[in-house]
Design a protein around this ligand. Structure first.
Ligand code: G3P
Length: 219
């Protein structure tokens, strides 16, 4: 399972990329707002900087809600990075725009996916990746990872090539479960990525090695 970092904050992208484990970045309008990115020029500049740090797909989300607007935005975003993934929502207009843009060879990340049916539609419309929002399903009292498991298994039935990108990841256990479910990618907030690194026994082990070495060396 590949790991993407889920942020529009360039400093966070830099911090995450330093670990050497990040294969892509996902952004959305909320993340852009949180990072203080505003306006199309601000978004474009942030994406360009992110693309100079991470060598992999950068997801850039449309804000239009109508088909024409989504297509216009999608074509523009497709020029913003070496490997752009245009994020389109799982709406009727979104599916129509997915088909039009994917027919032109633009890679699509189908976002705000909350059902297997939406994932089936996205695959037909040519999405390169589908993003089930695990944490937001959990918030409703349902198990979000069930959706990831079902999409992976149903896509396998038909050899569907759309990648399953587990999104709205809130904690390290989500990453373990997404990998167990067979997700191709998990997009993870920087803080969760940093939590994934940590284990108390590693910290204790490093300290013990240091102390033993110092004792033996008489220092
Ligand atoms: O990857 C989608 C993500 O940014 C949404 O996360 O925590 O707002 O549900 P959250």
């Amino acid at each position: 399972m590949k790991l993407f970092v889920d942020t529009a904050d360039v400093d966070e992208v830099r911090r995450a990329a330093r670990l050497g484990v990040v294969s892509g970045v996902t952004t959305n309008p909320s993340l852009a707002a949180q990072a203080g990115v505003s306006g199309m020029e601000g978004y474009r500049a942030a994406v360009a900087e992110i693309a100079s740090i991470v060598d992999g797909p950068i997801s850039i989300e449309v804000v239009s809600e109508d088909v024409e607007g989504m297509i216009t935005e999608g074509k523009e975003y497709a020029t913003w990075a070496p490997t752009p993934w245009v994020k389109l929502p799982s709406t009727a207009a979104g599916f129509e725009a997915m088909k039009a843009l994917s027919d032109e060879g633009i890679e699509i990340n189908q976002t705000l996916c909350f059902s297997v049916n939406q994932a089936l539609l996205g695959a037909q419309a040519g999405a390169a990746a589908v993003s089930p929002f695990v944490g937001r399903v959990d918030d409703t009292g349902q198990r979000g990872m069930d959706l990831v498991e079902e999409i992976v298994s149903i896509y396998r039935n038909y050899g569907i090539r759309t990648q399953v990108l587990a999104a709205s990841i809130r904690h390290p256990l989500h990453c373990v479960e997404a990998a167990r479910a067979g997700a191709h990618i998990a997009t993870v907030p920087c803080a969760v990525l940093e939590q994934m690194v940590k284990h108390p026994l590693t910290t204790v082990g490093v300290e013990r090695f240091r102390q033993d070495w110092q004792r033996a060396s008489g220092s």
